[in-house]
Design a protein around this ligand. Structure first.
Ligand SMILES: [Zn+2]
Length: 310
């Protein structure tokens, strides 16, 4: 049995293949509309009953179109923006640090109108200590295989974000939260994936520190110290990352939708559920895929208004 993860991250509101530098040019080698086409093609190839589609956040902020959608003050523009992400067909998503940039109510509106659930186990309501948005994890099922997906977001947000935008929130260590939850969740599922808007603080191959260990990225500790985790679907660092460490795929697909990461697990049915026999992963460049026409049509009025504003 093959189980396939198709993963995007850090699209930063680049919904169409343009960086808005050259008016009217829509042939840049990135964009959510190309991501949607790549995902649809891969999903058709493997069969929907084998595929889980994920995104690790940083969607609301970055492109001129994202700035216009927020700056216009018209929530209809956010609705259109959200509809574009819904057109991709995600199964589960998490938040990025930049998704907090326009404040909590803007972000909550986006989250509430998403068809896919958001997973978040480390950004809590400071009073109730429950997830401030979304839920800690989801359990999905594909062809009889149970897949747990735990969501986390870099806990370093308070170092960047204005106090009023994170009011009432408590940021917990990604490592600590996953460690607790993985022990509880793994006995209930066959495969456990971590969906993380955060990256790796050490070299995945040899473990040497690649940046200060200040909690911004804790992927290496999660990977190497929490044996229950099978797959790391990451983001935040804008790296093109595709490494298999001790049989566990670790991927990160760059930014602006330049690539999607594809993780293929080959599972064996055993007496106590499915076990991962082998794993492969690839980064698929989206430049080889045309814009998805459905998504492009949704975005068109917002894109035109953005060009006029520019
Ligand atoms: Zn980002």
């Amino acid at each position: 049995m093959k189980l396939v993860f198709l993963h995007s991250s850090d699209t930063h509101g680049y919904l169409l293949p343009t960086d808005y530098q050259n008016d009217g040019e829509y042939n840049a080698p990135f964009g959510l509309s190309r991501v949607a086409s790549a995902i649809k093609a891969e999903k058709a190839k493997w069969g929907a009953e084998h595929v889980v589609v994920t995104d690790a956040g940083d969607c609301l902020q970055g492109s001129p179109l994202a700035a216009y959608a927020h700056g216009s003050g018209d929530l209809k523009n956010l609705d259109r923006f959200t509809a574009a992400y819904n057109a991709v067909g995600y199964d589960v998503r998490c938040l990025g640090n930049h998704d907090f940039n326009f404040g909590q109510s803007y972000m909550a509106n986006y989250v509430d109108n998403n068809q896919a659930p958001f997973v978040n186990c480390n950004i809590l309501d400071a009073e109730t200590h429950m997830p401030a948005l979304g839920r800690e994890y989801v359990i999905l099922e594909r062809s009889g295989v149970k897949i747990g997906v735990i969501g986390i977001t870099t806990q370093y947000i308070p170092h960047w974000e204005a106090a009023d935008r994170i009011k009432g929130l408590e940021f917990k260590s990604a490592f600590e939260q996953v460690n607790k939850l993985a022990k509880k969740l793994k006995p209930q599922v066959d495969v456990l994936a971590v969906l993380y808007h955060g990256g790796f603080e050490s070299d995945i191959e040899d473990g040497h520190a690649t940046e200060p260990h200040n909690g911004e990225n804790e992927g290496y500790r999660i990977l190497t110290e929490i044996p229950e985790v099978d797959v790391m679907l990451t983001g935040h660092q804008h790296r093109r990352l595709n490494v298999i460490k001790d049989g566990k795929p670790c991927v990160q697909p760059g930014y602006r939708g330049e690539a999607i990461a594809e993780v293929v697990l080959d599972l064996d049915k055993t007496e106590d559920g499915y076990k991962v026999k082998s794993a492969e992963s690839t980064l698929i460049d989206t430049k080889d895929y045309d814009s998805d026409p459905e998504l492009a049509q949704i975005v068109q009025p917002l894109d035109r208004a953005t060009q006029k504003w520019l």
